[in-house]
Write a protein that binds this ligand. Sequence first.
Ligand code: FES
Ligand code: FES
Length: 128
Amino acid sequence: MAYSEKVVDHYENPRNVGSFDKGDDSVGTGMVGAPACGDVMKLQIKVNPATGVIEDARFKTYGCGSAIASSSLVTEWVKGKTLEQAAALKNSEIAEELALPPVKIHCSILAEDAIKAAVQDYKKKHTH
Ligand code: FES
Ligand code: FES
């Protein structure tokens, strides 16, 4: 299948690959799987506890090119955003930016689910 230029760019030069220490208090981890294809995505955010702003992000994705591109894009987008802004990110924005075809929409949903899960995980650690 033909991938868009932006997908190929993120696939060949993925941004922010790697991971943070899950136990770190300033880290939120989201781990999600796509039942349709078995792909797995881990997305992590590093948050400034004083401001609630995401300072850094990492991902590891075992999946197709669109899933890798979606997670790479999300790690770029969430930097500098608040937790609320990050959690409000829509898969349609990802799909549009990467020009994903309909059969690859679930790959962008995976990225939306992963960032939401990461925000949730961070918040769970900081319920005072
Ligand atoms: Fe699994 Fe996309 S179908 S890699
Ligand atoms: Fe399943 Fe892309 S084909 S995440």
